[in-house]
Design a protein around this ligand. Structure first.
Ligand code: KG4
Ligand code: ZN
Length: 356
């Protein structure tokens, strides 16, 4: 089955052609980073307008790379939630129009679960094995920071989320404080490599390290507002040398990564998950990849790190996940709506080996 995936939930216009949920034949992404850089964040209406401009060339690029023509497609899949509503609407309207013209089914795909699925490109055999479950996924991007538990029968639920900023958003705001540019994640990642992560003792949110006990419901939740404010106080009203900047970046990064790694490992232990995966834009972070690798090895858990091109927003993850829904014949006949947010119960993932 050959599926065209479309992704426009945030500031990347992406299209991909994927065969049978595993073979990525074409994968095109147009980033809007420069458009939003001046604002220090994504402006929804500008994003929507840019998606409208880019969507057709991006779909054409994915088709041409794959050597597939429109009439070869079995279905069209598109991210319909969560995301920026004006941006989602562009991809969904395009996908519905294309599906109607081709007389093919159009599937709405959950962006969150698509990120999770995308981690396994190159390791799909893990998803076919019930022994890999439950899987504990760390989804970290500009829009989300969440821990998701997926059982072998497909049940997926959010076991932890952020109470304030997403990790990527915290990186982006930290870069703004340090006047580094946008998006902040890759810039801090690079700068931190030259700094001392112990130079500043920044707070680790919701870890109980400040003497304040963490409530049971927040055990696997995140908060990055404290570290962001601490960085602001440490950086303001002084002349920062390049060395100071690198130390601030390294210390900020270590504080964020320590929390992500430690909560992920604790949750994997609490829920008895033999497999951990990490995905979303922040999963490109080199320190996070290094520290998660070491922590998972020490805890004897299998770690699957999404390849960097499948960490940031892409449509291969969308087309891949949709394949499993289509294979089960679970396409909603009434179509689908867009939604900005998701509830705690993520339903059932269609790729689970024990799903009947
Ligand atoms: O998944 P993504 O492309 O879009 C969303 O769904 O948000 O993630 C973008 C986020 C941005 O906040 C960006 O700063 C962050 O991922 N990011 C990184 C790195 N690369 C991208 N954060 C830390 N280190 C990186 N290397
Ligand atoms: Zn994303």
């Amino acid at each position: 089955m050959t599926i065209l995936g479309i992704e426009t939930s945030c500031d990347e216009t992406a299209a991909a052609v994927v065969r049978d949920g595993t073979a990525v034949l074409g994968n095109a992404v147009a980033s809007q980073v420069t458009l939003h850089a001046g604002y220090g964040g994504v402006v929804p209406e500008l994003a929507a307008r840019e998606h409208l401009r880019s969507i057709r060339p991006v779909v054409e690029a994915a088709l041409s790379e794959s050597g597939v023509v429109l009439s070869d497609l079995d279905a069209v899949a598109v991210t319909n939630a969560p995301g920026l509503v004006p941006a989602l609407l562009v991809g969904c309207a395009y996908a519905k129009g294309l599906g109607w013209a081709l007389q093919r089914p159009v599937l709405g795909v959950n962006h969150f679960l698509a990120h999770l699925y995308g981690s396994f490109y190159g390791h799909m055999e893990i998803l076919a094995d019930t022994g890999s479950f439950p899987i504990l996924a760390l989804v970290v991007s500009g829009g989300h920071t969440a821990l998701v538990l997926v059982e072998s029968d497909g049940r997926a639920r959010l076991v932890g989320t952020t109470l304030d900023d997403a990790a990527g958003e915290a990186y982006d705001k930290a870069a703004k404080v340090l006047d580094l540019g946008y998006p902040g994640g890759p810039l801090i990642d690079r700068l931190a490599a030259q700094g001392d992560p112990r130079a500043y003792a920044f707070p680790r949110g919701l870890m109980g390290t400040t003497g304040k006990a963490v409530s049971a419901e927040n055990r696997f939740c995140f908060s990055f507002s404290g570290v962001k404010t601490a960085l602001l106080y440490a950086a303001r009203d002084r002349q920062l040398t390049p060395g100071d900047l690198a130390d601030l970046a390294a210390s900020f990064q270590q504080a964020v990564v320590d929390v992500l790694v430690s909560k992920t490992l604790r949750a994997a232990e609490a829920f008895g998950a033999p497999t951990i995966c990490a995905c979303g834009g922040v999963a490109c972070n080199r320190q996070l990849r290094r520290d998660l690798t070491a922590a998972a090895a020490a805890a004897s858990r299998r770690l699957v790190l999404a390849e960097p091109r499948y960490c940031t927003d892409n449509a291969a993850m969308v087309a891949g996940l949709a394949y499993h829904t289509l294979r089960r014949g679970a396409v909603e006949p009434g179509g689908f709506q867009v939604a900005a947010r998701l509830g705690e119960d993520l339903g059932r993932v269609p790729f689970a080996p024990g799903l009947v």
